[in-house]
Design a protein around this ligand. Structure first.
Ligand code: NAI
Length: 333
C-alpha cells in the first residue's frame, strides 16, 4: 500500500518506515494542506494540523484509509469520508495521564504565576516577588467538564491535591462518584461553583461553543479556565469578554479556536467570503495572546516521548489491521 504520512519528524519517519517496511511509505514534515499531493496514496497518516477537508479528499481518488495520530478527529470531514467510502481510525487512548498532567502544569502556572516569575528572572534579571502572589489549589473547587479518560485522571489528581470536584458530562458515570471525591452537577451549577474550570470533552457539534458569551456570565467571579481539549468548545469572543470584565481572572489555553491560522494568517486571504468569521476569531486569538493573565501553549498537551511512542504504535497497528482486513479503532460515522 502507498502510505502518505504527514507532519513527521525524522525519528517518526524512521519509526514508520521500519514498522511498515512491507509498504511504500512516503513521509513529509509539512501538513497535508502544505505538502505536495501524492495522488495515488491509499492511506493518509496525519496529525491534528492536517485538515482532511472535502477539497483535500478530492485530490486523493485512491484513498481508502485515514489514520490520525490523535484522539480528536475534528480536523477530518467524516461526512465526506463516508461518502467516498474512506475509513477513519484514531488513537482513542494513549495519554490520558499525559494530558491530565499537562492540565495541572497549566493550572499551577496560572495559580502560581510561574511564567511571569520565570520571565522576570530570566529576561529582566530581577529577583523579587512583587505581583507574583498566587492562590492555593488545596481547598478550591475544580469544575471538570467531560469525565472521560482524561477527565477521570484530572479528577484523581485534583483529589490528591485536596481539591473538591464538581463535574458535568452528557453521559455521567455513576461509578465515578463512588471511586472519587466528586459530584455530578449541571453545567450551570458547575460554572457557578468552580474556582477553576477545566474542559475535557471532544469537539463535536454538541460541544461547539459549549462555553459561550451567555453561560460564561454565570462563572464565579475570579475563577480561572484551563482548556486542553479543543479551542472551539469555548466561544472566543465570550472568553474575551469574560476576561476583559474580570469575571474570569485568567485562562491557560493549549488550544485556540482557529489555531491553525495563528502565525499563518495569510492563508485566510485565499479563502473568500467564508473567511470573515474566521478572521474575527483569529483577531480575538491575537488579543488573547497579548493578555498578561492568559497563558497560551501551542497544542502541546500530548507531547511526551512516552505518549508519542504509544501513538505511533497504535497508528501502525491501525494501518496493519486495516491491511489485514481487521480495521481497529474505527471512528464511528
Ligand atoms: P473521552 O471520549 O474518553 O471523554 C470525553 C467525555 O466527554 C466523555 O465522558 C463524554 O461523555 C463527554 N462528552 C461528549 N460530548 C459531551 C457534551 N456534549 N457535553 C458534555 N460532555 C460530553 O475523551 P478523552 O480521551 O478524555 O479526550 C477528550 C478530548 O481531549 C479529546 O477529544 C481531544 O479533543 C482532547 N485532547 C487534546 C490533546 C492535546 O494535546 N491538547 C491530546 C489528547 C486529547
Amino acid at each position: 500500500m502507498k502510505i502518505y504520512c504527514l507532519e513527521t519528524e525524522q525519528w517518526v519517519e524512521e519509526y514508520l518506515k521500519k514498522s511498515l517496511a512491507e509498504h511504500d511509505v512516503v513521509c513529509r514534515p509539512e501538513t497535508l494542506q502544505d505538502a505536495e499531493v501524492v495522488a495515488d496514496a491509499l492511506v493518509l497518516c496525519v496529525f491534528v494540523n492536517s485538515r482532511v477537508t472535502a477539497e483535500v479528499l478530492a485530490k486523493y481518488p485512491s484513498l481508502k484509509l485515514v489514520v490520525t495520530r490523535s484522539t480528536g478527529y475534528d480536523h477530518i470531514d467524516l461526512v465526506e469520508c463516508q461518502k467516498r467510502g474512506v475509513v477513519v481510525c484514531n488513537v482513542p487512548s494513549y495519554g490520558e495521564h499525559t494530558v491530565a498532567e499537562y492540565t495541572f502544569a497549566l493550572m499551577l502556572s496560572l495559580s502560581r504565576k510561574i511564567y511571569e516569575g520565570v520571565r522576570r528572572v530570566h529576561e529582566e534579571n530581577k529577583f523579587h516577588t512583587d505581583g507574583l502572589k498566587g492562590f492555593d489549589l488545596f481547598g478550591k473547587t475544580l469544575g471538570v467538564i467531560g469525565t472521560g479518560r482524561i477527565g477521570c485522571h484530572v479528577i484523581e489528581i485534583a483529589n490528591g491535591l485536596g481539591m473538591s470536584v464538581v463535574a458535568y458530562d452528557s453521559l455521567p458515570k455513576a461509578e465515578l462518584e463512588k471511586s472519587f471525591s466528586m459530584k455530578y452537577v449541571t453545567l450551570e451549577e458547575l460554572l457557578e461553583r468552580a474556582d477553576v474550570l477545566t474542559i475535557h470533552t471532544p469537539y463535536l457539534p454538541s460541544t461547539h461553543h459549549l462555553l459561550n458569551s451567555e453561560n460564561l456570565k454565570l462563572v464565579k467571579s475570579g475563577a480561572v479556565l484551563v482548556n486542553t481539549a479543543r479551542g472551539a468548545i469555548v466561544e472566543t469572543a465570550g472568553l474575551l469578554s469574560a476576561l476583559k470584565s474580570g469575571r474570569l481572572a485568567g485562562a491557560a489555553l493549549d488550544v485556540l479556536e482557529e489555531e491553525g491560522y495563528v502565525g499563518e494568517e495569510w492563508k485566510l486571504f485565499g479563502e473568500g467570503r467564508g473567511a470573515s468569521g474566521r478572521m474575527e476569531t483569529v483577531l480575538a486569538d491575537h488579543i488573547l495572546l497579548r493578555m498578561p493573565n492568559v497563558l497560551i501553549t501551542p497544542h502541546n498537551a500530548f507531547n511526551t516521548q512516552e505518549a508519542l511512542e504509544r501513538i505511533l504504535q497504535v497508528s501502525v497497528e491501525n494501518i496493519l489491521g486495516f491491511d489485514g482486513g481487521e480495521a481497529k479503532n474505527l471512528v464511528k460515522f
